[in-house]
Design a protein around this ligand. Structure first.
Ligand code: NDP
Length: 329
């Protein structure tokens, strides 16, 4: 019995190539749960995992795909039985362990969560790591006291995956959402997700000479990092927090400490990869209740395994709008 998978092979000292191949089950990595995968997705990190210089994949041949959702086929772990629907994000699956761009995956039961009630496997992958991280960011802001009556919340990289889900969730929770985008054509899309203000990327993507600007944002979900994150720190209201999720605009943050010292702002790190089980379940439950499904549907572009490599290149170039769902079968 064989199954289809997108396999990345090393073809030169600094070259890889990806193609759909037939694999047999005995080629799957170790693990105590085998899952018939239905859907996966394309995140920024998946783009990196399909590049020779992405820095995340250590051994080849490799099956990427950092997320998947599907049905348990066999399990030697008492928590899961055949027929259970499950979701996987994180744990370096798709990076150091074969991932979700395949009809089958074998993983450690500790890495799975049951499919949240109210979501299909397709919807779970429309959310994926990007949406899960966006929800963790919202939870972190709430834990630090953010409430809708405190003022506008900024979302950077808003038309991307993290940004789209953060925008829709925050709007549903009653926040006024200011969405930063470099794509003027995405304004209507962002408004349809609930953004109440569109901020042009160039207004905010360079550091200011002044460490403090006017107090503008009650909080921020930041998918961009770099100079934009440094700039946002100086625009936060007193006691406000920014949840740092991503680095689409750069990893180096030329920040000033003054906003921390004079306004008591907070920089909250978001790591979706190693979250404990309870926090995962909480975040997924909140996604099932706080993300309007009609808005999620409006974000989705569907793809198959064969086109995933080109979508990986597009997401790294900031050209993907919303979320991609990959039907692996
Ligand atoms: P996307 O590519 O879907 O979104 C990123 C968005 O950032 C783009 O759509 C674009 O939005 C904006 N952007 C791109 N390049 C630049 C730039 N040079 N300057 C300013 N803005 C830019 O990626 P994801 O949403 O999937 O991921 C976003 C980031 O979050 C990535 O860095 C990813 O690695 C990280 N991430 C981190 C996680 C964690 O656990 N911490 C989990 C998931 C993702 P627009 O066109 O609207 O300007």
């Amino acid at each position: 019995m064989t199954f289809r998978a997108l396999v990345v092979e090393k073809t030169g000292p600094s070259e890889v190539s990806a193609a759909v191949q037939a694999l047999s089950e005995d080629q799957l990595p170790d693990g105590n749960v085998t899952v018939a995968v239905q859907y996966s997705t394309v995140n920024y990190k998946d783009g990196l995992c399909m590049r020779a210089d992405g820095g995340l994949v250590r051994t080849y041949p490799h099956v990427p795909g950092i997320d998947f959702a599907g049905t348990v086929e066999s399990s030697s772990d008492p928590r899961y039985k055949p027929g259970d629907q499950v979701v996987l994000t994180g744990w370096r699956v798709g990076e150091t362990h074969w991932g979700g761009y395949a009809e089958k995956a074998r993983v450690n039961a500790d890495w799975l969560v049951p499919l949240p009630e109210g979501l299909t496997t397709r919807q779970a992958m429309a959310i994926g790591t990007a949406g899960f991280a966006a929800m963790l960011a919202v939870l972190a802001l709430e834990d630090h006291g953010l409430k809708p009556d405190q003022g506008e919340v900024l979302v950077t990289g808003a038309a991307g995956g993290v940004g789209s889900i953060a925008t829709a969730v925050l709007s549903q929770l009653g926040y006024d959402v200011a969405a930063v985008t470099g794509r003027p054509g995405a304004a209507d899309y962002l408004k349809s997700l609930g953004a109440t203000r569109i901020v042009a990327r160039q207004e905010i993507d360079t550091v200011s000479k002044k460490p403090l600007e006017s107090e503008t944002w009650a909080g921020c979900v930041d998918a961009v990092g770099g100079e934009m994150l440094a700039r946002v720190l100086g625009q936060l209201k007193r006691g406000g927090s920014v949840a740092a999720v991503g680095l689409a605009g750069g990893a180096k943050v030329p920040a000033n400490v003054i906003p921390f010292l004079l306004r008591g702002v907070n920089l909250l790190g978001i790591d979706s990869v190693m979250q404990p089980y309870e926090r995962r379940v909480t975040a997924w439950k909140r996604l099932a209740t706080d993300l309007p499904l009609e808005k999620l549907n409006a974000m989705i572009q569907q793809a198959n395994l064969a086109v995933v490599p080109s979508l990986g290149a597009q997401i790294l170039a900031g050209q993907v709008k919303g979320r991609i769902v990959v039907d692996v079968n």
